[in-house]
Design a protein around this ligand. Structure first.
Ligand SMILES: [Ca+2]
Length: 603
């Protein structure tokens, strides 16, 4: 094993060489090569649906986020930092430094969240440079290998790959492709795993990605955080107070204070490991707030391409390098993080595709002299908005002077025809380059890789036929129900990469009164049958922890494996089909997921 001392020696050479090669730093400011740091660790903490306004440092007196505020004060705040209107696109842009349509991301579910396999990720970049790489949390850029994080540059993964999850207490989670039971509240658990992993890798540079899944709904949080807010008066209100759901706001703020506690634990761990000065820590959120609540007077919330939907909190700390207390007023975005972190760490970018983002190193190190204005585009569901330092052209071609009118109340296009014309043309060009064909997504779900033998095919990624329904409207953590007839079916559009013997399992529930049905799993002429002989009918979970009633996310339950035995699958594209040959009760079963595990290649 290579110890940190050896790494220091190896990395000193390359860092010193790059410092000498750049040669733009004034001699008086330059660090002595003798004290050049080793390559810094990277820790990226990403919140989910936390608005810019959900932090006390940004002026919200409803909440106290002392750890995140302290992180910001110890480094720099990017005042105008832009992400995407929803989750998976922002994550894709973080991973690639490129606008999300370039990587095929066009949806938050049904496979449209998957990042194309020909994209290099930020983890690929740091892994190639010798970093240990780990991700702990909500992935949301593809479930099946090789879309799985373990195939996208992360050596270690613990979390869930879907867009949301049905319960946050002791949930089922994915650990390097194996299903395990999480322990306690999910954010605390993810943090525990990240801290243990950082400690394990303290003697080599590490890249740690900690994408939390709160305050995304369902609105669940431990009592310790909820108790403060359960009856709290919410003094600062949403721009549209009539639209604010106060119990939802209370839950969101409690969840943000739980995040803050976990951030305090991570930062304390870095202190304990004496790594605080060697670690670049970033904190930001993936889109605007998931409800109308105070957000600094901005227009729009999550899913909007207006300012409130895409401006996120962003802070970055690197002691001894980034001046504490700095504010960066220039517009910046999540597309900038890959080039920025590679530049700060002195790590080469190993992808061949052009980036949309730029390195912010000159801004962060207060070395920027002539920083040109730029355009940052925001897209969701075909709507495109563009921001410059002064203006936003919204998705309806209204122009707003964001300096004079940050709440986007007065269209100034008529008074600024030249600006409006230039931005309108830029949006048209961006759309014509990036959007055509985006939603014509024919990527099958991938099955059968020897290095990652088990492929889960959840209900989310399947199609119900006949009477079969999803347990809820939002597919992400749904299951199939109302399977009542031999005419019904569930199909998955799959591509089998490796011909061979697969162990087939369907995770089901069935009450005692309905057991006995015979079901068949088939693919391109190969078939296998099983009989549902054992009842399993546990209660639905989730509601008991919801602080406000949920809308969209499915309640969840445990499912039992129905083992089909081995099926010989040919390589190729086709429909994996689950149907009943004989129905003995009122229903066949509820189905959560089909598991196909490659056991052996044909001899
Ligand atoms: Ca989100």
């Amino acid at each position: 094993m290579i110890g940190r001392f050896t790494w220091r020696a190896i990395l000193f050479i390359s860092v010193a060489a790059s410092w000498l090669a750049v040669g733009t730093t004034k001699a008086a400011d330059a660090p002595s090569p003798a004290v050049v740091s080793p390559r810094p660790n990277i820790l990226i903490i990403l919140a989910d649906d936390q608005g810019w306004g959900d932090l006390s440092i940004n002026g919200n007196t409803n909440i106290s986020t002392v750890a995140i505020d302290g992180l910001a004060r110890g480094g720099a705040i990017l005042d105008r930092f832009y992400v995407c209107p929803v989750c998976s696109p922002t994550r894709a842009e973080l991973l690639t430094g490129r606008y999300h349509p370039r990587g095929g991301v066009h949806n938050v579910t049904n496979g449209g969240e998957r990042l194309n396999l020909d994209e290099k990720t930020i983890a690929d970049v740091f892994k190639a440079a010798g970093y240990a790489t780990g991700a702990f949390g909500k992935w949301h850029n593809g479930t099946q290998y090789p879309y799985h994080p373990n195939a996208r540059g992360f050596d270690e993964y613990y979390g869930f790959t879907s867009g949301h999850w049905g319960t946050y207490f002791d949930p089922p989670l994915d650990h390097n492709g194996q299903w395990v039971r999480g322990k306690g509240f999910i954010i605390d658990d993810l943090t525990d795993h990240a801290m243990a992993w950082m400690e394990q890798h303290k003697n080599q540079p590490f890249f740690c990605y900690l994408p939390y899944n709160t305050p995304h709904s369902p609105m669940q949080v431990p009592d310790r955080y909820w108790n403060k807010f359960a009856d709290a008066e919410i003094k600062l209100r949403a721009t549209r107070p009539e639209a604010e759901d106060i119990p939802f706001t209370r839950a969101a703020l409690a969840m943000c204070e739980n995040i803050d506690w976990n951030v305090s634990r991570v930062l304390q761990k870095l202190d304990e490991l004496k790594l605080a000065n060697d670690t670049i820590v970033i904190y930001f959120s993936d889109n605007g707030p998931n409800s109308w609540r105070w957000n600094g007077g901005m227009k729009g919330i999550k899913a909007s391409t207006d300012e409130g939907g895409v401006r996120a909190p962003f802070m970055i700390r690197w002691p001894g390098h980034i001046p504490p207390g700095a504010h960066v007023p220039q517009i910046t975005g999540v597309i900038d993080l890959l080039p920025t972190l590679a530049d700060l760490a002195g790590v080469p970018i190993n992808g061949a595709k052009p980036l949309d983002g730029v390195s912010l190193k000159p801004l962060l190190l207060a070395q920027a002299h002539n920083w040109p204005d730029r355009m940052i585009f925001s897209h969701w569901a075909g709507k495109v908005s563009v921001r410059t330092q002064r203006y936003r052209l919204d998705a309806n071609s209204h122009l707003f002077d964001m300096e004079a009118d940050p709440g986007q109340t007065k269209d100034v296009a008529a008074e600024n025809k030249e600006v409006a014309g230039k931005l309108t043309a830029a949006v048209a060009k961006w759309k014509s380059e990036l959007l055509p064909g985006l939603e014509d997504d024919r990527r099958p779900f991938t099955v059968g890789f020897p290095q990652f033998p088990m492929t889960p095919l959840p209900a989310r990624d399947g199609t119900p036929h006949g009477h079969v329904q999803r347990s809820t409207g939002a597919p992400n953590c749904s299951y199939f129900k109302n399977w009542t007839s031999v005419e019904d079916a569930m199909t998955w559009d799959i591509e089998v990469a490796t011909a061979g013997q697969y162990e087939a399992v369907v995770c089901y529930t069935c009450p005692a009164a309905d057991i006995g049905s015979t079901v068949e799993l088939s693919f391109n002429g190969r078939k296998i049958e099983a009989t549902i002989a054992e009842a399993y009918d546990p209660p639905l979970m989730g509601a008991e922890h919801d602080r406000v009633p949920r809308h969209g996310e499915s309640y969840v339950k445990d499912f039992k494996p129905l083992r089909f035995g081995m099926i010989d699958l040919p390589a190729g594209h086709g429909q994996l089909t689950l149907r009943a040959l004989r129905v003995t009760g009122k229903q066949v079963a509820d189905v959560r997921v089909v598991l196909l595990t490659l056991k052996s290649k044909p001899s």
